[in-house]
Design a protein around this ligand. Structure first.
Ligand code: NAD
Length: 502
């Protein structure tokens, strides 16, 4: 085999092109770079060589390995120099006509069995491939930024993509040390589609005056088990970049309410408050600015004794935790639902999509990824709620070692509605053939760092949990934004699916 048998071409040598080239190099391929701007491929090669140098300094690569890799890296002056490539990945401007023109030109240069791939994150692979003479060998290879560090690659098949081409792309990603997932060509592919509610629900709670960004972020992190909250994460990504993805998925689904963008985020983008890069987004990043503190309730007395009605379902661990904290728990197993009755006569109920306005003396507590590990819990109460019930609820969770954030009376609270909607979109994607259950779980864990995949969450939370919560939310907002999909309904109520599961 000659070196050319394995030559990988990378076109467009910006952020992603450089990252992808580095990954291919590290996997032992000779890599040839091309960029439309003269000199940029050479600059990219230098930047990659410098980055590999830093890996040597950190002891993650030997100086010899770096020298060999750099010798295999080769900036091209013209697109024609990519003729011997067995694979070309394009990472040029995210514009349909630009990508189509480039790929048409490439097709005249490379051999007919060269695999052509696009790193597009929001355009349709089918649409780009429509310009090709042989669209069967064209596939989406969607790397995440930064490509050398992010393990996930979405392998996207357009309508015309051959199975052999998709398999070759999948195997290549695997040989490059990545975790590939196979997915169909729909707006947002897999991760960007299913992750939308993570941002949308946080922004919606804020817009509904439920809580401020710092409190929502703290609850998502410390209770939801997410690495970062939606506000701090979008400030890092860039509000313009994150909103553009949301809008493109929303447009891609013909403005389906389930993907509706946020008005508050739109205002940030219009004002140029793009996040860290502009010095201000949801938060301010100028010198001396301090991040606002999340709402944290003052210490309160815990109740000495509570009555638990029902088994508390996915919050059952709270019973043992209350006993360990010295709270006397009287358990009533009659089929009265799942609630903690406090000495005030009021009740603590897990967020279920209803509100305290409807049930006066109820305080809702949010879903936690793990009630034992959570360091914070959100409580919601209506303005007419009994102050004694709220105090006892705060004291109870403080006695369990949690910080407590009291938020407004928003149905589904913060973590619960976010997780329920992610579970719903995952089911919808599954039945529409976008990807397998396993690949969806893998993609959400690796692509956006979720503590669990949506299907793992669904099984852990219980058969009707997400669907029941979304039905309640849908009852209170008929726009369709939170309507459970038919797929989730089927999956939640079909006993066969639940045989053998907890
Ligand atoms: N940045 C990300 O986080 C990210 C993540 C995943 C996918 N993507 C996708 O990767 C692609 C590239 O994004 P990026 O962030 O690296 O962009 P970038 O602006 O950093 O780089 C694009 C490069 O392409 C070059 N270019 C433009 N038109 C060209 C043409 N016709 N022929 C050759 N070179 C051309 C530009 O000169 C530039 O160097 C886009 O399709 C984008 O959607 C980006």
């Amino acid at each position: 085999m000659t070196a050319h048998d394995r030559l990988v071409g990378v076109v467009g040598t910006g952020t992603m092109g450089q990252g992808i080239a580095q990954v291919a190099l590290a996997a032992g391929h000779p890599v040839r770079l091309y960029d439309a701007v003269p000199g940029r491929a050479r600059e990219a090669a230098d930047a990659i060589a410098a980055r590999l140098g830093r890996l040597v300094e950190k002891g993650r690569m030997s100086a010899e390995e770096r020298a060999v890799a750099v010798a295999r890296l080769d900036p091209a002056q013209t697109l024609h120099e990519l003729a011997p490539a067995v694979l070309v990945v394009e990472a040029v401007l995210e514009q349909l006509d630009v990508k189509q023109e480039l790929l048409r030109d490439l097709e005249d240069i490379v051999t007919d069995d060269c695999l052509l791939a696009t790193n597009t994150s929001s355009l349709s692979v089918t649409a780009i491939g429509g310009a090709l003479r042989l669209p069967g060998r064209f596939v989406g290879l969607h790397f995440f930024n930064p490509a050398p560090l992010m393990p996930l690659v979405e392998v996207v098949s357009g309508y015309a993509t051959d199975v052999t081409a998709a398999t070759r792309a999948y195997e290549t990603a695997r040989a490059w040390g990545k975790t590939p997932v196979a997915c169909a060509d729909t707006p947002g592919f897999l991760v960007n589609r299913i992750a939308r509610p993570f941002y949308a629900e946080a922004f919606a709670v804020h817009e509904e005056q439920g809580a401020d960004p710092a409190t929502i972020d703290a609850v998502l992190r410390e209770s939801g088990g997410f690495k970062m909250g939606a506000f701090e994460l979008t400030d890092l990504i860039g509000q313009d970049v994150n909103e553009a993805v949301t809008r493109s998925v929303w447009e891609g689904f013909f403005q389906d309410a389930k993907f509706r963008p946020s008005l508050a985020q739109r205002r940030l983008v219009e004002a140029g408050r793009l996040g860290r890069k502009s010095g201000q987004g949801w938060y301010a990043y100028e010198e001396g600015e301090e991040r606002p503190e999340p709402h944290t309730a003052a210490p309160a007395e815990p109740p000495a004794r509570v009555t638990v009605e029902g088994d508390l379902e996915n919050a059952a661990e709270l019973v043992a935790m209350m006993r360990e904290a010295g709270i006397e728990v009287v358990q009533e197993d009659e089929d009265k639902g799942t609630r903690i009755v406090l000495p005030s006569g009021g009740q603590l109920v897990q967020a279920d999509g209803q509100t305290s306005i409807e049930f006066r003396d109820v305080v809702y507590f949010d879903l936690a990824h793990d009630y034992r590990a959570a360091t914070r819990i959100a409580l919601a109460t209506g303005q007419d709620g009994n102050p004694r019930t709220l105090k006892e609820s705060v004291g109870l969770f403080q006695a369990l070692g949690k910080k407590v954030s009291v938020i407004g009376d928003v149905p589904g609270m913060i973590v619960a509605r976010t997780v329920a909607r992610i579970i719903d979109l995952a089911h919808d994607a599954l039945v529409r053939g976008v990807a397998t259950e396993e690949d969806i779980d893998t993609a959400m864990r690796l692509g956006v760092n979720y503590p669990l995949g949506p299907f793992e969450w669904h099984r852990r939370l219980g058969r009707n949990w997400a669907c029941g919560l979304l039905e309640e939310l849908h009852d209170r907002d008929r726009s369709g934004r939170c309507a459970p999909s038919l797929a989730l309904l089927r999956h939640s109520y079909d006993p066969k699916k639940w045989e053998g599961s907890a």
